[in-house]
Design a protein around this ligand. Sequence first.
Ligand code: MGD
Ligand code: MGD
Ligand code: SF4
Ligand code: MO
Length: 728
Amino acid sequence: MDSKTIARQCTLCEAHCGILVTVRDHRVTRIEGNPDDVLSRGYICPKATAMGGLHHDPDRLRTPMRRTASGFVPVTWDEAFREIGIRLRAVRATHGPSAIAMYMGNPAAHSSSVLYGGLLRAALFTRNFFTASSIDQFPQEFTAWRMFGSNVLMPVADIDRTHRLVVLGANPAVSNGSITTMPGAKQRIKDVRKRGGTVVVIDPRRTETARLADEHVAVRPGGDVYLLLGMLHVLLTEGLCDERRVRGQCVGMDELNALVADTTPERMAGPAGVDADTIRKLARDHAAAPSAVLYARIGVCQQVTGTLTHWLVNTINAVTGNLDRPGGQMFATPVVDGARYAKYLRVGHGAWTDRTGAYRSFRSELPVAALAHDILEPGHDRIRAMITYAGNPVLSTPQAGKLDEALAALDFFVAVDMYITETTRHADFILPPVSALEREELNLLFPIFSVRNNARYDAKVFDPPADGKDDWQILARLVTEVTPLPARRFTGRVLDAVFEQLSPLRLTAAAVAAGPYGVLRRGRKGLTLGKIRDTPGGVDLGPLRPRLPELIGTPDRAVHLAPADFLAAVRTALDETDSPTTDYDLQLIGRRHLRSNNSWLHNIESMVKGRDRCTVLMHPDDAAARGLADGDQATVESPIGAIEVPVEISTDIRAGVVAVPHGYGHREPGVGWQVAAALPGANVNLLHDPARTDPLSGTSAVNNTWVRVSRVEKTGSATGSEVAVAPR
Ligand SMILES: Nc1nc2c(c(=O)[nH]1)N[C@H]1C(S)=C(S)[C@@H](COP(=O)(O)OP(=O)(O)OC[C@H]3O[C@@H](n4cnc5c(=O)[nH]c(N)nc54)[C@H](O)[C@@H]3O)O[C@H]1N2
Ligand SMILES: Nc1nc2c(c(=O)[nH]1)N[C@H]1C(S)=C(S)[C@@H](COP(=O)(O)OP(=O)(O)OC[C@H]3O[C@@H](n4cnc5c(=O)[nH]c(N)nc54)[C@H](O)[C@@H]3O)O[C@H]1N2
Ligand code: SF4
Ligand SMILES: [Mo]
């Protein structure tokens, strides 16, 4: 029997754990953790086996598909590209370049094909470019841009060396870390305590991470900004700052002192939902620890105060001397040192807006909250055509029902995806890439956010089929099709031939050679892509090293602690704290599960077996007040929509708060996920209002919506469903 074991990584989430994939007779028979992997050291989570499940999934598309009146039918690549080119060029000729919009989703970041995603975006020359970043890390990028002079400079938590880890709005025990790549996060957190350090989790829910901590602080959703202002008040008024480091690194202390003069813990306790003594102690302990780091992620990004919260997180780390020092917040030095050069790229804000004028562009991209409206609203500047790449915005963006309607209204829609999803079912063409196990590459993004410098190669497990195309090849062909070319039949072929020579793998090889560890800098001892490929488990490049001020892109090379618009926004936030109304009295937040990954692993049997995970988690007091028992079917309703899901009662969640996971709602006709259809859940993004965004970065507040929960009198289906979506 033909059997082999290949070392590569699981590319499902940012951890990119090292895996050993055993193949027998062209089938994956086993996936296990690679103990030699220099970053993940043998750890994998239960999702890793889905890498095999996805590869063999009979529902995964292997050929391009065209939508017809009687459903999707296979077509050849040539037919597809020819017609796509004609249709997209026609839209552009009639309505201008911005009539074609593009949406790029999360898995794009997990492959080096993302380079060609960027190229297609440039070739489209459109103002209507959207990504999952505006429902994700935009507040962190916005903060990094204003404080450090580059959106890429999002510092990571040096978890392996810190004496005090304070986690705010993240659940790394489940997510395995994000914008701090930390495979095996659970062990790394346990290790902080094992070496005598302290772990605190600030979260409205007592999460899997909180269970590992010394202390859990059940903040009110959206209360973090007040809690942090209270902490900053204590640090500045009690003289707990590291004056020497702050003077050497930062500007803006006078403005900060003025800002927090009256944000006393007593005043902040109410809006934070945390008592004053706890706030005061959090500040003092942060300053007293030999090293300490506040680590925050999407629970505080997806808030109307997302940018302010991340700015205060970075600021508290900086004033306590924990920026750019071991055990604090640091910047990695990867083999392709993107952050080093990112400061030379001009990041704009507000260069243009969406059609309503409500949302401003940031780094040449519009917030996804604007997308549905800008397709549906009549007018000469409507979006008429769409390209999606590795995204499922119908499940992942606010007021999802309106986007579903909008995609159906497009003149033309191309999706680069390997499934018929809630989103791609509306496409005229679906162009499927080869499976992840048929790729070889070096990831370019996540080493920038890694807790340890490293270089790890992704080897391919299977040869791609003869007519298979990787994402970058599909995207490159689309670039050719949308680029205005004279004598297209000839020049188009020349351009295609040029792109075929410029594979991401080749470009990466050149970048590695020229990078900080590369042969061009270090001579014969330096790294090449070949050396990385041939080193089992990857190359360990040591712990994170201080990198300031070299990386900083602000004109004065200083960290800016007090951007004027942030100070103004704090004053607004202090005047307008969120409170319940008689109609909507519970705050809805999200949650993630170890066996689920956003919207697209629910078709893998081993990931969904067991009980329904798309439930509304409620405190017993809130359930009792509404006459709800565990397992009852409930309606969760916001001002813009309603869903039905089973109730799950738990004392782990703060009273007044409910949690429903996102990525479910696999119930639309025509969706190609047969396994997922058996336990479809409901789409929580039907409840989130696109108007609730962070005014600075434009990020949707999908982790904080006022809802009401009531009993469904007549028990309907056993699992979640969607009811009455109010149109707007
Ligand atoms: N309410 C709520 N909403 C949320 C969130 C939340 O916490 N709460 N989280 C948000 C976050 S952080 C994120 S990142 C987004 C994710 O939102 P999206 O990026 O829009 O969606 P995904 O669910 O990741 O879907 C990815 C799609 O890409 C396809 N795909 C997978 N791999 C590949 C590949 O290699 N190539 C191509 N071409 N396609 C591929 C899959 O089939 C799937 O259709 O959701 C966001 N939405
Ligand atoms: N298993 C699994 N892993 C994943 C993913 C997945 O879907 N499944 N998705 C991947 C992606 S795309 C991303 S971006 C990362 C995200 O990684 P994390 O940021 O770790 O994501 P979550 O697990 O959603 O954690 C957010 C936490 O914020 C809390 N929260 C909600 N509102 C507030 C608030 O106002 N204040 C505070 N302090 N906390 C709040 C929630 O209760 C939750 O525990 O995970 C990645 N890893
Ligand atoms: S944590 Fe799980 S899903 Fe994420 S890379 Fe590791 S094995 Fe894959
Ligand atoms: Mo994400």
